[in-house]
Design a protein around this ligand. Sequence first.
Ligand SMILES: Cc1cc2nc3c(=O)[nH]c(=O)nc-3n(C[C@H](O)[C@H](O)[C@H](O)COP(=O)(O)OP(=O)(O)OC[C@H]3O[C@@H](n4cnc5c(N)ncnc54)[C@H](O)[C@@H]3O)c2cc1C
Length: 276
Amino acid sequence: MNILVCIKQVPDTKIIKINPKTNTLDRSSAPAILNPYDAHAVQEAVRLKEVHGGKVTVLSMGPPQAKVAIKKCVEIGADEGYLISDRRFAGADTLATSYALYKAIQKLMDEQGIDLVLCGKHAIDGDTGQVGPGIARRMEIPPLTNVIKVEEVDLKEKRMKVRRKIEDGYELIQSELPCLLTVEKEINDVAYSPLPNMIKAARYNPIVWTVDDLDDVDIKQLGLKGSPTIVGKMWPPEKSAGAEMIDGDVKKQAKALVEHMLEKRELFEVKGGEKV
Ligand SMILES: Cc1cc2nc3c(=O)[nH]c(=O)nc-3n(C[C@H](O)[C@H](O)[C@H](O)COP(=O)(O)OP(=O)(O)OC[C@H]3O[C@@H](n4cnc5c(N)ncnc54)[C@H](O)[C@@H]3O)c2cc1C
């Protein structure tokens, strides 16, 4: 079973700051990490490979430093990784991103065949959840979104059954293969990487493709040129009244929090002295 996983390197949104002058993300303020949902997608691909055999390939579009995220996937158990990286991809919105990834997938499909494509539910920075379905539409394969469990894979009959999260429960869906899944974090736990994988990842050098390595690319659909989205305005979410971030390690934070609560203890009392 040949599985392709699309992965994105993102800034750690738990740490990232917003530039107060430009109101844009200050990407230099946070370390780059593998999009957490994509780590679960890779883990699921590795699990499926262990059951059904085959190969796990990861693919990313991004700057050269995105190789680090690909190496992380090799640590989780991916067999190989491709990075499509070229100035002509820069400035891409989700439409142009899904086009570029689709072109690379088409090439990999011709070279090695792909039974299943996996993506994360969304990227924690852009957060649109559009890229996975965008790729599926271009490949003309079914997109199964918000998957929390792979129930069954029948490679002989070329079909699979998955459990999808919906608002008030879940639904079971059967699809033909190949198809594309976007996965939720509940699908698995990302295991600690075994030492041989860590050694392999440290030595691994992802394969880099530029636009010229892809076949039949319409340059007009790439990068900023191929991006009809216009970001009109961006602003940080308004702080709720009185919200405050406490710096320091957990002990310092807890101490400061208790002191702060004691200072404001009148907020925790109602008239008559009865605590609420
Ligand atoms: C006008 C415009 C210009 C932009 N310019 C840039 C730019 O120059 N540089 C930049 O980094 N971003 C840029 N962006 C943001 C960029 O469009 C999105 O980050 C990107 O399209 C992915 O969308 P998303 O983050 O919402 O991913 P989602 O759709 O939420 O991601 C879902 C899943 O799709 C897959 N996926 C998403 N992105 C990638 C990727 N790059 N490689 C592999 N798999 C992926 C992953 O599996 C991910 O879990 C721009 C956006 C706009 C609107």
